[in-house]
Write a protein that binds this ligand. Structure first.
Ligand SMILES: NC(=O)C1=CN([C@@H]2O[C@H](COP(=O)(O)OP(=O)(O)OC[C@H]3O[C@@H](n4cnc5c(N)ncnc54)[C@H](O)[C@@H]3O)[C@@H](O)[C@H]2O)[C@H](O)CC1
Ligand SMILES: [K+]
Length: 516
């Protein structure tokens, strides 16, 4: 699993290549970058070998600069008296540019990687393919990677990946044919999107990011729009309560409850909105559910709001600046009508969070949802999981471009956000948040315990609570996803949705510690 914190920007492989080019054009030699990249790999390998008292390293080198890093790291490790073997996919004489120069600094034997033997090896360095991977891996290289993974599984020996595990697409996180299963990955300058998107993320092991002499100022020209979902990316937009602040200054969120036998989900969302810092939260309940909701609430207020007319009347109070609906609301026309009431134009701005049954209810009429969002009196955040996303954005079913490159969850979320005009939180172990203006974030660390009943309802409430405080919607949605994961991580095994709410204060503490 990845280890943070990381630099905030995430790059595509094309953006990384541009950062590399801009640096070389500014007068830094490509070989100097490669030497630093290799030094970071050699340091990671040394730390591992010293810890495990291992001595024998096998460096697998590919046909490009990723292989070049491998040759230089091999030389560095041998100078530290480790027993180093190099095995390559192509003969060193056939390499070009920096890779050729790098290979010329290795004066040892170069074995043929396709027939190399792993017996007795303590550590493998995977320098086969990096950000230049351009198509699916097949033939002898694929067989080699399969043999390598089988060796690791059998012997439990370790693999360090140079930049990215070979076979993982650095932009999309897709596996191109086969991919190395690494125990750790040392990348350079900035993480690539494919390090955090599944399935790539699961192939990386622990990720570290080394500085190799590329200045962050190159990012001004590249203008990346994707960020690691960590406080650095959105902390500046946080609205922390002030001592002299009134509760009304922290907003008033309304959460809409389902009918008498479906009330728990909305109560989870409402309580989470309060814990996320909303000044007041009202649960809007149908008359038939009052008797169920009333005894189950303390700090959350309760008001009757039957159907669209009831909700419109409740929302006439202009201080109610967020409405959240969807959890256990029931699928169908009644649900669509409630959403239209919630998004109806209003003289005061009001944000909305739409989740669960709302997303399914509009699956047959996405244009209708788009129109309601276009006329809404404030920003709208949609929080689909995979099934809801597929139902609502079924037009986006293509997995690859015409040239065969994989289309990632990141790009699909970004396209959907642009299309519908709302911030989209596409949930999952690699939750992506995207805004209509193209900004996106990817969660670097999720706990498997988050996949539990009611977890999504809590997330809806946290988004609503942060929006109530006036946080900018992309930042609010990203922050909510981070807090949700941080609370779950704080609780650990055995987590149920209520625990996420109860551990939000721990997430707040972690967050405020990063801000001071
Ligand atoms: N970007 C930087 O700042 C630095 C990067 N370094 C390292 O260089 C690699 C990227 O190098 P590049 O030469 O562009 O690409 P690769 O080595 O990943 O591979 C290109 C090589 O492989 C062939 N190829 C592509 N796909 C396949 C395939 N499926 N099957 C077979 N062959 C394939 C392609 O034709 C090329 O020949 C980066 O990851 C870093 O490790 C620098 O060392 C430091 C600065
Ligand atoms: K690699």
């Amino acid at each position: 699993m990845p280890h943070g914190p990381y630099p905030p920007e995430l790059l595509t492989t094309a953006q990384m290549a541009r950062a590399d080019r801009l640096t070389i054009e500014s007068g830094v030699a490509g070989m100097a970058l490669m030497e630093k990249a290799a030094a970071a790999i050699a340091a990671a390998a040394t730390a591992f070998l010293v810890k495990t008292a291992g001595r024998r390293v096998l460096v697998l080198c590919g046909p490009g600069n990723n292989g070049g890093d491998g040759y230089v790291a091999a030389r560095m490790l041998r100078s530290q008296r480790f027993k180093v073997r190099v095995a390559a996919l192509v003969p060193p004489e056939s390499l070009r540019g920096d890779a050729r120069e790098a290979a010329s600094t290795w004066d040892g034997r170069v074995e043929d990687a396709t027939s190399c033997d792993f017996t007795g090896v303590d550590l493998v360095i995977d320098a086969l393919f990096g950000t230049g991977l351009a198509r699916d891996i097949d033939g002898p290289a694929a067989v080699l990677i399969e043999r390598l993974n089988a060796w690791r599984a059998e012997t439990r020996q370790k693999i360090i990946a140079v930049d990215i595990p070979s076979g993982v697409d650095g932009t999309s996180g897709a596996i191109r044919g086969v991919a190395v299963q690494a125990d750790s990955t040392v990348t350079f300058f900035r993480l690539k999107c494919g390090h955090l998107l599944l399935p790539g993320r699961l192939r990386c092991g622990a990720i570290s990011c080394a500085h190799i002499g590329i200045r962050s100022t190159v990012l001004q020209q590249i203008a990346p729009q994707t960020f690691v979902n960590e406080p650095d990316a959105w902390g500046a937009a946080l609205r922390l309560p002030s001592v002299e602040g009134h509760k009304y200054a922290r907003g008033h969120a309304v959460v809409v409850s389902g009918g008498a036998s479906h009330t728990g989900a909305a109560r989870l969302a409402a309580t989470a909105a309060l814990r996320a810092g909303a000044g007041l939260v009202t649960l809007a309940t149908p008359q038939d559910a009052v008797a169920v909701n009333a005894p189950a609430l303390t700090s959350v207020m309760l008001r009757v709001a039957d159907g669209p007319a009831g909700l419109s009347a409740l929302l006439e109070d202009r201080r109610k600046n967020v409405v959240a609906l969807g959890p256990a609301l029931g699928v169908g026309e009644d649900c669509c009508a409630l959403v239209e009431a919630a998004l109806a134009p209003s003289p005061e701005p009001r944000a909305a969070v739409l989740d669960a049954d709302v997303l399914t209810s509009f699956a047959l009429a996405p244009e209708r949802l788009k129109e309601a969002i276009a006329n809404a009196p404030g920003p709208v955040v949609l929080t689909p999981h995979g099934g809801e996303f597929a139902r609502l954005f079924h037009g986006q079913r293509w997995e690859r471009t015409l040239s065969g490159a994989p289309i990632s969850k990141l790009e699909r979320t970004r396209d959907a956000a642009r299309e519908v005009g709302a911030v989209i939180v596409f949930k999952g172990p690699d939750t992506v948040v995207a805004a209509p203006d193209g900004r996106a974030s990817i969660l670097p660390h999720a706990t498997p315990w988050l996949a539990t009943a009611g977890s999504g309802d809590v997330l809806t409430g946290i988004v609503a609570g942060l929006l109530a405080q006036g946080m900018e919607p992309f930042a609010a949605a990203s922050c909510a996803v981070w807090m949700h994961a941080a609370a779950a991580e704080d609780f650990g095994p055995g987590l149920i949705a209520d625990d996420i709410i109860n551990h939000l204060p721990a997430a707040w503490r972690r967050l405020t510690a990063t801000q001071s």
